[in-house]
Write a new protein. Structure first.
Length: 688
């Protein structure tokens, strides 16, 4: 303790001495600057008359400047003309310091007017003459370092004895006080060491004296109480922060609805896994799927039911996974499965089939049995060169290939899908241009009545692409639907038919109907009816000449919208035809609830009429059902006379197929016969 107090006294004394020396140095330099400034002003005043008249000689200049050069701290005096060229220079008594100042290389134009301090020297530059028209410049270099050092030494020699006496007296007083304070302070020190070692802030110091040490002890006890309370609060706050941090981490990396890892987590994880797989020359498999039918449930039953479906999906998939497998929700109804390093073909197929099969059972929610399937794409890291974005793109391509194949299946990515995707992109990007350039051409396939007369046509679309050649609607219509351009194409088809109807009417010379196909996307277009009405008005079309065809599945997918739309067009005079009847999975009870005029028998039944008793029975039943419901019946895909004979025998109203004509453009259509004789057709078929 004594050493500490002594050291503190010494440090205090040293600090005081340092302040004293610093203050002395500053005052000395300020006085020196004032002295040099005054000296320079005096010399400039003395030099000015002769410099203005240009009468000073070297001898006269020396006589003026030499007295100043005798000062002990003057390094040199130099007189420059107005161009800073030296006129006269004289060394002072401190000229030995020229080298330190680098005086020979100095010039007055290196300094601003006034006094400048530089490395322990003062350099004064003053103007001789008026400010606007200076005659000359006077530079005086003064050594302040050496006299300042001498002044400081003198100060210390006079101050140190007094400081020494003060120091001894202070130490003596401190030693006396130290003796009285030592015992209780040591007790406090031992107590504080005990607290420090035990970290027990509930300990308290026993206070017995009635002096400052007692107050110190009480303050220490109060401090310990405060520390103990703060530690308790800090502990509680730290626990809260830890819980909040865990919550934030979970929110950042996990989906709040399903509890599965989210997009950010799985993407970060995938980057690491791809880097590891590349280093070890291994492969990695990514399974990407979304839900089939989820949008319909979400739209019809609400988002709350949709959320429950997503939770159930997460639970089902999680129960199928092995230890180390990862499942994540990307967003919406999209999910990713990352199997744990087993990339064999058998393992991929096994897991894919298990995932597909897991959704064969409907979800039981709120008394409803809701069926949701999945379409899945599988991609390997090696096919993407271990690039994350390419791997995701490959899995996405494979998934959409599954949807195109019919949903509820999985597809493993192959490199040829990239070329297929490029073709799809090219088609998607060319649709607008195709409409503008009229590359989309309407083809017509005749519909023939029981007597062989043409009674109508089905309008079919063909795309004559300048680079890709003929593109069939089965390829570009789904692309247009995905790109949101199907409404534009439908309007184009309706308008083209309206424009060509007068030519057809002139050629056929009797009543007929042209059937135009509508998709499920068209039925969801709230502006479709207004478009049809506007086109009919613009081209003065009799609505009774138009029939709209829609597939059974498209009608039932949008049942309420379809009923509303077809009632409106039916009231306007158009006919309605239900296409692909019999290929769906729905109940026949809906036939009593919809507004249609014609049932079309799908070609798959017609193609097997001559070979399959079951197909004949189904076809006959459909015709009989249509007659009982007072509906017309039309069969498509007729290629042989025998098929036509069977259909005529069972009362089929209209037929169409290659037996009569392939779909042809308008200019070829008008060259066809308007009546087809069965005998001639039979003869032609035999000759083939």
């Amino acid at each position: 303790m004594g050493l500490i107090i002594g050291g503190a006294v010494l440090l205090t004394t040293a600090a005081i001495l340092l302040v004293l020396v610093t203050e002395h140095e500053e005052r000395y330099v300020m006085q020196a600057q004032e002295h040099v400034r005054s000296l320079s002003t005096s010399l400039v005043g003395e030099l000015r008359p002769g410099m203005e008249s240009n009468t000073w000689t070297q001898k006269e200049l020396k006589a003026i400047l030499n007295p100043i050069a005798t000062y002990s701290n003057i390094v040199a005096l130099t007189l420059y003309d107005k161009h800073y060229d030296p006129i006269f220079s004289i060394d002072g008594k401190a000229s030995d310091k020229k080298a330190d100042l680098d005086y020979p290389s100095l010039s007055a134009n290196q300094f601003s007017l006034g006094v400048t301090q530089r490395d322990g020297y003062l350099v004064s530059v003053d103007r001789v003459g008026a400010k606007v028209y200076p005659i000359a410049y006077l530079m005086i270099a003064v050594d302040v370092k050496r006299p300042l050092d001498e002044s400081i030494r003198s100060l210390l020699l006079h101050s140190l004895p007094l400081i020494g006496v003060f120091l001894l007296l202070t130490l003596l007083v401190y030693l006396i006080l130290l003796h009285r304070l030592m015992s209780p302070l040591f007790a406090l020190s031992r107590f504080m060491n005990q607290v420090n070692e035990s970290k027990d802030y509930s300990l308290r110091h026993k206070v017995s004296r009635q002096d400052e040490v007692r107050a110190l002890g009480e303050n220490i006890n109060t401090l310990l109480e405060t520390i103990e309370a703060e530690l308790t609060i800090n502990y509680e706050q730290n626990q809260t922060l830890i819980e909040q941090q865990q919550t934030m981490t979970r929110l950042a990396n996990y989906d709040s609805l399903t509890g599965l890892p989210n997009r950010q987590f799985v993407m970060d994880n995938l980057r690491l896994e791809l880097a590891r797989a590349r280093r070890h020359e291994e492969d990695l498999v990514l399974m990407f799927f979304d839900l089939d039918g989820f949008k319909g449930i979400n739209d019809s039953l609400g988002h709350e039911t949709g959320d429950l479906i997503l939770i159930e999906v997460a639970d089902r998939v999680t129960t199928l996974l092995r230890e180390g497998d990862l499942v994540a929700r990307l967003g919406g109804d999209e999910f990713i499965v990352l199997p744990d390093r087993d990339t064999s073909e058998a393992s991929i197929k096994n897991m894919s089939n298990r995932l597909i099969s897991a959704f064969s059972e409907p979800f039981q929610l709120r008394g409803l049995a809701l069926t949701v399937g999945i379409s899945m794409g599988v991609a390997r890291a090696s096919d993407a060169d271990y690039h994350l974005s390419q791997l995701m793109s490959n899995a996405d391509l494979a998934m959409y290939r599954s949807k195109a194949k019919g949903r509820g299946i999985y597809t493993i990515f192959t490199p040829d899908m990239v070329e297929s995707h490029k073709r799809k992109l090219s088609i998607a990007n060319s649709i607008e241009q195709a409409i503008q350039n009229q590359e989309l051409v309407i083809y017509y396939q005749p519909k023939v009545g029981a007597n062989g007369d043409i009674v109508g046509f089905e309008a079919l679309l063909r795309w004559h692409h300048p680079e890709l050649g003929l593109i069939m609607p089965g390829e570009f219509i789904p692309i247009a639907e995905q790109g949101g351009k199907i409404s534009t194409i439908t309007r184009y088809v309706i308008e083209q038919v309206c424009m060509q109807l007068p030519h057809i009417s002139e050629w056929i010379g009797r009543r007929y109907r042209v059937a135009i196909n509508l998709s499920g996307h068209d039925l969801r277009d709230s502006g479709l009816f207004d478009t049809i009405y506007a086109l009919f008005t613009q081209y003065a079309i009799n609505p009774e000449m138009i029939e709209f065809e829609v597939t059974e599945s498209a009608y039932l997918e949008n049942f309420a919208l379809s009923n509303k739309f077809f009632r409106r067009v039916s009231n306007m005079g158009c006919a309605i035809s239900l296409d692909d009847f019999g290929t769906g999975y729905s109940s026949l009870s809906y036939l009593t609830q919809i507004s249609i005029d014609t049932l079309k028998i799908d070609r798959q039944f017609i193609s097997e009429l001559e070979n399959s008793e079951r197909s004949r029975l189904v076809t006959g039943a459909i015709i009989d059902l249509a007659k009982r419901l007072s509906l017309n019946i039309c069969a498509e895909g007729i290629e042989y006379i025998g098929q036509w004979d069977y259909l005529l025998e069972h009362g089929c109203d209209h037929v169409q197929g290659f037996l009569f004509s392939r779909p042809v453009p308008l200019e070829v259509l008008t060259e066809l016969p308007r009546h087809f004789d069965k005998a001639r057709l039979e003869a032609e078929q035999v000759s083939r």
